[in-house]
Design a protein. Structure first.
Ligand SMILES: [Zn+2]
Length: 160
């Protein structure tokens, strides 16, 4: 299959899955905006970028997972858990379609949300899914359970 027809096929899949769950997909490009993917559970809508590869495809599945599984809270741990659940939904139901780009998208997304939570328990199950991605794609940089991403933006700037 050519790239064009693969993209068309993946796009059709997303439309079909949305249809099965009563979700309205909105293509950011049609709105003339180049924004980040997002989901609104109350409105049962997802806003997604055009699907060029399975990374984009996995990201769109993840937004569907948000509509299906999001709680109505918003502290960093709740946000991490919501994103973990959305990725789990995407992996549980469509993981057999994931390629390296899909797993990389999952890994970078969860690493980011994990870094926002201070004192995250080593046993938190986000580490299981990160590890699973690292096993699927050996080139991924492992995210240690107890370290997270080192963030320096809160440190005072040194005078030159
Ligand atoms: Zn998300």
């Amino acid at each position: 299959m050519s790239n064009k027809s693969i993209q068309a096929q993946l796009t059709e899949n997303i439309k079909k899955i949305c249809g099965e769950h009563g979700i309205e997909p909105i293509w950011l490009k049609d709105c003339g905006i180049d924004d980040r993917n997002r989901a609104n559970k109350k409105q049962k809508k997802i806003w997604v970028r055009n699907i060029r590869d399975k990374g984009d495809y996995a990201a769109a599945l993840h937004e569907i997972g948000h509509v299906i599984r999001d709680p109505d809270e918003c502290d960093p741990l709740a946000v991490l858990n919501a994103n973990l659940n959305a990725w789990k939904w995407a992996r549980d139901n469509h993981g057999h379609e994931f390629d390296d780009k899909s797993w990389k998208r999952l890994h970078s997304s969860l690493s980011k949300y994990k870094a926002d939570v201070s004192d995250l328990a080593d046993a938190h199950e986000v580490h299981d899914l990160l590890k699973e991605a690292e096993e699927k794609v050996p080139s991924l940089k492992p995210v240690a359970p107890n370290l997270g991403t080192v963030r320096t933006s809160h440190l005072p700037k040194k005078d030159k």
